[in-house]
Design a protein around this ligand. Structure first.
Ligand SMILES: CC(C)(COP(=O)(O)OP(=O)(O)OC[C@H]1O[C@@H](n2cnc3c(N)ncnc32)[C@H](O)[C@@H]1OP(=O)(O)O)[C@@H](O)C(=O)NCCC(=O)NCCS
Length: 159
């Protein structure tokens, strides 16, 4: 098993379309296609690849191959803009690479990036991975409804 490293998407900008395809295949059903198309997802990640600070994306690489990613953004869902202004979003590990600690490493790197950016409080929402994030120090703030789906809001103090 080779080593996995986590890099800013800015260092491997050509991977933006690959990551967008993963994300859109996994989360596209949450959205109206006119709100979040594959093209919109790709453009968003190409924009993230232009900078190393928020909004941006980190990529887990095994050799040259992307195996996962996570984003640090200002807004993850318009419904939650009044909740918080810094979000961990779009955590994804390729199915065949799960269970090796890559997801955990991506979350930690994202929180570390937020700390370097001076973000005092970071949020996320998750439909089903509360225990995963809680084991990494995130606090469960309770449930909310997002487009008909129950999600948990969670936060962490990165600094
Ligand atoms: C969630 C996800 C990123 C986890 O990635 P991963 O690389 O498999 O996670 P890790 O290997 O780092 O797991 C770390 C630990 O969390 C555990 N874990 C993983 N998913 C969990 C869950 N849903 N609930 C509780 N624990 C979980 C693992 O068993 C592991 O525990 P261990 O160290 O005791 O073995 C991955 O399953 C994924 O991409 N899912 C689809 C997208 C998704 O749902 N993203 C989250 C959106 S909120």
């Amino acid at each position: 098993m080779s080593v996995v490293v986590i890099r800013p998407l800015a260092e491997v900008p050509g991977l933006a379309a690959t990551l967008a395809a993963w994300h859109h295949a996994h989360w596209g059903h949450f959205y109206d296609p006119s709100d979040w198309s594959l093209q919109a997802a790709t453009e968003e990640l190409r924009d993230h690849a232009t900078r190393r600070g928020r909004p941006t994306t980190l990529v887990a690489l095994e050799g040259d191959a992307p195996v996962g990613s996570v984003s640090l953004v200002d807004e993850d869902a318009p419904e939650f803009t009044t909740v918080g202004d810094a979000w961990l979003a779009s955590l994804f590990v390729r199915p065949e690479c799960r269970g090796r600690g890559i997801g955990r490493a991506l979350v930690r790197e994202c929180v570390a990036l937020a700390a370097r950016e001076g973000v005092p409080r970071l949020w996320l929402f998750t439909p089903e991975h509360v225990d995963f994030y809680a084991a990494l120090g995130w606090r469960d703030l309770g449930t909310a409804t997002l487009r008909g789906h129950a999600v948990h809001l969670m936060d962490i103090l990165p600094a």
